[in-house]
Design a protein around this ligand. Structure first.
Ligand SMILES: [Zn+2]
Ligand SMILES: [Zn+2]
Length: 103
């Protein structure tokens, strides 16, 4: 899938998202795990491009390498059962960004 190139504002937003650290690790009580960007699919109709504002921070283990039940891309369904849906996590990310805006 080809993604639209991020604008400057979008890149800045994604920098702030990754700076939060992995959202799953945060839930589990490990703070500041180095994270990368995961583009969520939830709530996006077919034909809609990936939105760089609909992104959550995930560490490599919770994103790609952790295996079934731990890594999102190893099995999205079971992952969402374990850690919450993409939409729920996105809300949490937005909430944390708000909190840090004035910190
Ligand atoms: Zn993690
Ligand atoms: Zn991803």
């Amino acid at each position: 899938m080809s993604k639209k190139r991020a604008t400057k504002a979008e890149r800045k937003h994604m920098d702030r998202v990754t700076a939060l650290g992995c959202i799953v690790c945060t839930q589990l009580g490990y703070s500041d795990s180095p994270a990368g960007i995961h583009h969520i699919r939830a709530g996006q109709g077919t034909g809609q491009r990936a939105d760089h504002y609909h992104t959550i921070p995930l560490c490599p283990i919770h994103h790609q390498t952790g295996g079934y039940g731990v890594a999102y891309h190893a099995g999205p369904q079971v992952w969402e059962n374990n850690f919450g849906t993409e939409s729920e996590l996105l809300v949490q990310v937005m909430y944390e960004l708000e909190g840090k805006k004035y910190a």
